[in-house]
Design a protein around this ligand. Structure first.
Ligand SMILES: Nc1ncnc2c1ncn2[C@@H]1O[C@H](COP(=O)(O)OP(=O)(O)OP(=O)(O)O)[C@@H](O)[C@H]1O
Ligand SMILES: [Mg+2]
Length: 253
């Protein structure tokens, strides 16, 4: 295995003094989809939010341990949390484009605020690139000025992905990105994820083992805040080593 893009060491998270993420160690290699599956309340979203310092904004959260992105500990006091969130993008369960803003501006605002482009032409190119990468360009290229609220659920989610991509992240975190989509829209996002991983590794939270089986290269099973078992997806599903993983896959947890 090549050097991991993300390495998590002894990560613990407390929310209002409840120990929610317990001593998690994980390594996310380049060019892969890494699924985090587990029952509701097992701490998947909390763990994911610890991976790009999104928990900083929660007063009740305390994080201990290390999260290394290409060897840099994102919790080092010298590291700027804004830089972290630019390098590690996040896509949420509920698509969250700014509803009154145009499709174009939704994608352009991040690069603009971060001064990533020098001219309107460069910005146009970046917006097009991100929308193409998110499989949305062909559907919206003739109506880039339309408010994002007019898009379908699946399109809004792809717009959220385009917005994250426009910042050229090193890693993408996705928290149940298809939980509110119909099967057709879900399939499209899954295809997109498999295409994107060639350039950007993805940590995908899902409570659907079927989704992990379909698209993840590695699957980790989280239970009550602990990473019970991790491995290549095929192995996890055919020969789980831990009785809790087996129980979960048999729907007995
Ligand atoms: N602010 C908070 N203070 C205390 N406990 C919290 C807080 N937010 C979440 N929790 C608890 O942390 C645990 C993990 O929640 P989390 O949202 O990370 O789980 P999850 O695995 O993502 O679940 P789901 O599949 O339902 O999204 C839950 O027991 C939840 O009740
Ligand atoms: Mg969750």
């Amino acid at each position: 295995m090549s050097t991991p893009v993300l390495r998590v060491r002894n990560l613990n998270v407390w929310l209002s003094n409840h120990h929610i993420v317990r001593q998690v160690n994980m390594e996310v290699p380049d060019k892969c989809v890494y699924a985090l599956m587990g029952p509701s309340g097992s701490g998947k979203s909390t763990l994911l939010r610890a991976l790009n310092r999104l928990l900083d904004i929660y007063e009740e959260a305390r994080v201990e341990g290390e999260v290394l992105l290409d060897g840099v500990n994102i919790y080092d006091p010298k590291v700027d949390p804004i830089w972290v969130r630019r390098r590690i993008g996040m896509v949420f369960q509920y698509p969250n484009p700014f509803p009154h803003m145009s499709i174009y501006d939704n994608v352009a605002i991040g690069p603009k605020l971060n001064r990533m482009v020098k001219s309107k032409r460069e910005l146009d190119e970046l917006v097009k690139w991100a929308l193409e990468k998110a499989y949305l360009w062909d559907e919206v290229k003739n109506r880039l000025d339309m408010p994002a609220s007019k898009l379908s659920g699946g399109q809004k989610q792809r717009l959220s992905i385009a917005r994250a991509l426009a910042l050229k992240p090193r890693l993408l975190l996705m928290d149940e990105p298809t939980a509110n989509l119909d099967p057709v829209a879900t399939e499209k996002i899954e295809e997109l994820i498999v295409e994107l991983k060639k350039e950007i590794p993805i940590v995908l939270v899902t409570h659907s083992p079927e989704q992990a089986a379909r698209i993840a290269d590695y699957t980790a099973f989280l239970y009550r805040g602990e990473l019970i078992e991790v491995g290549p997806t095929g192995r996890i599903f055919t020969q789980p080593r831990h009785p809790l993983t087996e129980k979960y896959l048999l729907r007995r947890l």
